[in-house]
Design a protein around this ligand. Structure first.
Ligand code: UDP
Length: 328
């Protein structure tokens, strides 16, 4: 199929596009490079540097490339930043997302895979989280993604618009070729590895008084390669109807455990410093992946945290300054 991948030059987008291409699909990457990297686009992919706010470019991209379905990953996606700057989140994730849907409808493309998030749940009481758990986001990022999920539901009802929303838990790890490179980096695993590599003096631990066994937040870290597999299955599933799935493994690790395992994997001492809680962070997020496993046959192949960290560390060592550095 011919697939438009918005945000395809980003961390998850690059690995999903790589998987699309190796499976014989055609990928057209639509990315404004605000966060993504030109170097993270496979040479086999078409690349369009453009913004989702630009309807003319969107319609042209969809028409020129005879796109059959869209994987919509372009978004602002930082919890802390969203609390400081909600305007950016509702504009990027909802207003610009609607622009994409309008362009698709105008041309008659009605298949979409949407990158949603565990942040739609807020801070649920019951773990693991099933898709029908209450949705009460604790930050504008989660709220903006939940709003877009709701828009999709009504578009399905009115226009037979078929979508699969994938609620990612914590994407982590790397493929051989593509990995995580944000500036500034806010995520725990790449930050821990930056300390191991000597690029940072220490990693801040945001809160050690949460109601968890060691007081630090617990997250369900999912290998980006398993995420990529799920997108291929989701794309196929849009043939038959609309659904929403969690993407996690059903097991959680605390920030403290991530640091400790990274010390073992890298063989380096990783210094930590206590820091205040980060606004909008729920204490524990662990997925129930049962629905996507039974409906679509998703069977994760890389679920051990040590393997995830190893892959991220390998990528880190081969790209010591991320993308685009002369030293790589
Ligand atoms: N975290 C931390 N130090 C960092 C980055 C993150 O303690 O430098 C914590 C963060 O507060 C959260 C967990 O690690 O509890 C995962 O955060 P991350 O930003 O990686 O992903 P999120 O869960 O926000 O999507």
């Amino acid at each position: 199929m011919k697939i438009l991948v918005t945000g395809g030059a980003g961390y998850i987008g690059s690995v999903v596009s790589e998987r699309l291409i190796t499976q014989g699909h055609e990928a057209v990457i639509y990315d404004n490079l605000s966060k993504g990297h030109r170097e993270a686009v496979m040479p086999e992919a078409e690349f369009i540097e453009a913004d989702l706010a630009d309807s003319r470019q969107l319609i042209k991209a969809l028409e020129d490339h005879k796109i059959e379905a869209v994987i919509h990953m372009a978004a602002a996606s930082l919890v802390g930043e969203s609390v400081q700057n909600p305007q950016l989140y509702f504009r990027n994730n909802d207003v610009n997302g609607l622009n994409l849907l309008d362009a698709m409808l105008q041309i008659g493309i009605k298949r979409l895979v949407f990158s949603s998030t565990a942040a739609v749940y807020g801070a649920p009481e019951t773990m693991p989280i099933t898709e029908d758990a209450p949705q009460n986001p604790t930050n504008p990022y989660g709220e903006s993604k939940l709003a877009f999920e709701k828009i999709l539901r009504w578009y399905d009802e009115a226009y037979q618009f078929r979508y699969v929303s994938l609620r990612y838990f914590n994407a982590a790890g790397a493929s051989e070729r593509f990995g995580e490179d944000h500036e500034p980096e806010t995520h725990i695993i790449p930050n821990v590895l930056r300390v191991a590599a000597g690029r940072m003096s220490h990693v801040s631990i945001f809160g050690e008084d949460y109601p968890t066994p060691d007081g630090t937040c617990v997250r369900d870290y999912v290998h980006v390669l398993d995420l990529a597999d799920a997108h291929i299955l989701a794309l196929k599933a849009t043939e038959t109807g609309s659904r929403t799935y969690n993407l996690g493994y059903g097991s959680g690790y605390s920030v403290g455990e991530v640091v400790e395992m990274a010390r073992q994997i890298t063989g380096k001492w990783i210094s930590t410093e206590s820091a205040p809680r980060r606004a909008g962070d729920p204490p524990i997020l662990i997925a129930s992946p049962d629905k996507i496993m039974s409906d679509l046959g998703w069977s994760p192949r890389h679920s051990e945290l040590d393997r995830i960290l190893e892959s991220a560390w390998r990528w880190h060592l081969s790209h010591p300054h991320g993308y685009g550095s002369a030293n790589n």
